[in-house]
Write a protein that binds this ligand. Structure first.
Ligand code: HEM
Ligand code: PLO
Length: 485
């Protein structure tokens, strides 16, 4: 006896008391695909109930701009969710914290800490290049028999190439960059603390899936719950590790000379107005930058490699550009970036076709407002389906094909494309955007300058479907890596 209704004039999915629209949302599809499919029936702007929570789903660019930019402040709230409350000690982080003066101050501090390493200075470049060199050396030194899951037959039986799962090495390289920035850490292969970090991170990624039943029905948290138990255990390990770093930093901090994000937070915690940031805020903010920095960047690099394996001609074009702009004698630098539109277009196309955060993080209306002229009451949740926007056939020619050229004009120069917001926009835009772009450029350019990547002989192409969790991850795959000379 469910009833289809209209919410403030918006088409609305059928709804039952307490269960909300759950029955219409049962599907084998992950949320971003399900929400995209529902546009066939309900149009591109519709409402549904997640449990008792009225939720508006935005599937087109014009309304996304209204929510994120034009009315960005009005929609800058975040909902209460059981899992993220546990992760962040009740919203003492940035991403899952509700709008307010502390959130604003934390964002500002993280921004200025990252710009210490950023564009103007060469620090980040040095750190990433060092990590990229280790990565390339590690990938090239892995012998096929170590990890090959293919048939092990490489180039006439003479094993000059390797056939490996690139994920572990990439994960360590990316982790090393972020832990340098956050707490001046660095992990060698086999470091037990690194293993600890990988394990708790994995546990959190598996349990914090957005839209989890517990997040929709907070009452379920009082029932015995395996997922929450695992999440709690992982968060405990993380917090213990980072508390140690925090205490060490407090002792060794030199005023006026921050070494990393933790120092910058400790120094700046009382400079933001009425209320100082607590130890918990400092800890949660550092933990989040660490977690976000690792998961997003490694996932994007793995997607890039997967698509390059499917499109060897694109890899060759990037390598031709690298040979011309950089050569083989030196490493690619950030200052080369503007002269390398092909690589830039590849990075954009990867983030368009597989956005790591396909429905962003839920937003909440902080006051009565409207979307597309439809009234939206204070407290309404808003999901921006960036997947639908990045695959909108009205905006993109053949949206499901990997075609970096769509970001280039006829003379091969980068064009700006609307309908493309992989980092979100407005007050809640990703704080790591410029860091992530620099890192992706440096890692990918160094990797492709030094290595040629192919599908292992007798192996298969990576599956491009993607596994939806807190980020949209590529499935495991293997690759054959040859040194370029
Ligand atoms: C938020 C994308 C890398 C830290 C976000 C959001 C997206 C995003 C879509 C949500 C925007 C919204 O809810 O409207 C990405 C992508 C990355 C990346 C595609 C890399 C390819 C990073 C890195 C860091 C970071 C490297 C930190 C070191 C954050 C934080 C937020 C955020 C703290 C929350 C901002 C807020 O709610 O105020 N990111 N991100 N991200 N990102 Fe990133
Ligand atoms: C990744 C696992 C870490 O252990 C904790 C963590 C912190 C911040 C999260 C991140 C995880 C996943 C990606 C998120 C990020 C904040 C912004 C980012 C959600 C859960 C994106 C892409 O939105």
């Amino acid at each position: 006896s469910s009833s289809s209704s209209s919410c403030g004039g918006l088409p609305c999915l059928p709804r039952l008391p307490l269960l909300g629209s759950l029955l219409s949302l049962r599907s084998h599809l992950p949320p971003h695909l399900l929400f995209t499919r529902l546009t066939d029936t309900y149009g591109r702007l519709y409402a549904l109930y997640l449990g008792t929570h009225l939720t508006v789903v935005v599937n087109d660019y014009a309304h996304a701009r209204e929510v994120l930019l034009a009315k960005g402040r009005e929609f800058a709230g975040r909902p209460y969710m059981v899992t993220t409350e546990l992760l962040t000690r009740g919203g003492k982080d940035i991403a899952f914290a509700d709008y307010g003066p502390l959130w604003r101050n934390q964002r500002r501090l993280v921004h200025s800490a990252f710009s210490l390493f950023g564009e103007g200075s060469s620090k980040l470049q040095t750190i990433v290049l060092e990590a990229a060199d280790c990565l390339v050396a590690e990938l090239l030194s892995l012998r096929a028999q170590d990890e090959c899951v293919g048939n092990g037959v490489c180039d006439e039986g003479v094993c000059k190439c390797v056939c490996v799962d690139p994920a572990p090495a990439i994960l360590r390289a990316v982790t090393n960059v972020v832990c340098r920035l956050v707490f001046s850490g660095n992990y060698r292969a086999g470091d037990p603390e690194f293993k600890e970090v990988m394990d708790y991170n994995d546990g959190i990624v598996q349990t914090i899936a957005r839209g989890d039943l517990v997040d929709i029905y907070p009452l379920l948290r009082i029932l015995p719950n395996k997922v929450l138990k695992k999440l709690k255990a992982c968060v405990k390990v993380r917090d213990c590790l980072l508390t140690r770093k925090l205490e060490e930093h407090k002792e060794s901090l030199t005023p006026g000379d921050p070494r990393d994000l933790l120092d910058a937070l400790l120094e700046g915690r009382s400079s933001g107005g009425d209320i100082d940031l607590s130890d918990d805020h400092v800890l949660m903010t550092a933990a989040e930058a660490f977690g976000a920095g690792v998961e997003t960047t490694s996932t994007t690099i793995l997607w890039a490699i997967a698509f390059l394996l499917h499109h060897p001609e694109v890899q060759e074009r990037v390598q031709a550009e690298l040979d011309e702009c950089v050569g083989a004698e030196r490493a690619p630098l950030l200052s080369d970036r503007t002269r390398m539109p092909v690589l830039d277009s590849v990075m954009c196309e990867v983030m368009r076709i597989r956005p790591v955060s396909p429905v962003l993080i839920p937003h909440v209306a902080m006051q009565d407002t409207s979307i597309g002229g439809h009234p939206v009451a204070k407290g309404t949740r808003v999901l921006v389906n960036m997947w639908a926007i990045h695959h909108d056939p009205q905006q993109w020619d053949q949206p499901d094909s990997f075609r970096p050229d769509r970001f280039l004009d006829d003379s091969g120069q980068r064009v700006t494309t609307p309908s493309f917001l992989p980092f979100g926009a407005g007050p809640r835009v990703c704080v790591g955007e410029s860091l992530a772009r620099m890192e992706l450029f440096l890692f990918l350019s160094r990797l492709l300058q030094r290595c040629h990547l192919t599908v292992p002989r007798g192996g298969s192409l990576p599956d491009l479907q993607g596994h939806y969790g807190v980020v949209l991850q590529p499935p495991k795959y293997t690759v054959t890596i040859k040194a370029r000379t």
